[in-house]
Design a binder for this molecule. Structure first.
Ligand code: FES
Ligand code: FES
Length: 162
């Protein structure tokens, strides 16, 4: 059909070629076309962060990003975090601090937290709160999530000092 655009992208290291409507959002491509349901869809207008995924190394809102914008990109979803040592440390910290209950927000939280750990390793607790404030959680009250991220930052400082 003439109104479909073919894009090529890598998702969690796997190559894909997809013929898609130009208005399809990245989160819908990932969930509905590629079957990667780990990233969630909440508000659908850029507020809650449930749809957070990584495109070429930086996090984006999957509900605000058109899939065609990811043509040629390296995309990572929460499914692609499981083999990464730094993501595993974050997952363990979330478990240790009870930083998830229903888990709906957790994929987006982990994506946001990983970017913070990578790009702001010296973040203060206040800066962690500010950074993570773009992701909503209805269950935990946020303190446990901030505790988990701060724990990982502290671990990294200890490792660097050893
Ligand atoms: Fe994308 Fe809420 S579903 S920010
Ligand atoms: Fe339920 Fe965050 S754990 S929304």
């Amino acid at each position: 059909m003439s109104d479909l655009h073919t894009i090529r992208l890598h998702v969690n290291g796997q190559p894909h070629s997809c013929a898609i409507p130009p208005r399809l959002h990245l989160i819908d491509l990932l969930r509905d076309e590629l079957g990667l349901k780990g990233s969630h869809l909440g508000c659908e207008h850029g507020v809650c962060g449930a749809c957070t995924v990584e495109v070429d190394g930086r996090i984006v809102r999957g509900c605000l990003t058109l899939a065609v914008q990811a043509d040629g990109a390296q995309v990572r979803t929460v499914e692609g975090l499981s083999d990464l040592p730094d993501a595993r440390v974050l997952q363990q910290a979330f478990v240790k601090h009870n930083a998830l209950q229903c888990g709906f927000c957790t994929p987006g939280m982990l994506m946001a937290a990983r970017e913070l750990v990578q790009h702001k390793p010296d973040a203060t607790r206040e800066e962690v709160r500010e950074w993570m404030s773009g992701n909503y959680c209805r269950c935990t009250g946020y303190h446990a999530i901030v505790d988990a991220v701060c724990d990982v930052l502290a671990q990294r400082h200890q490792e660097a000092a050893a």
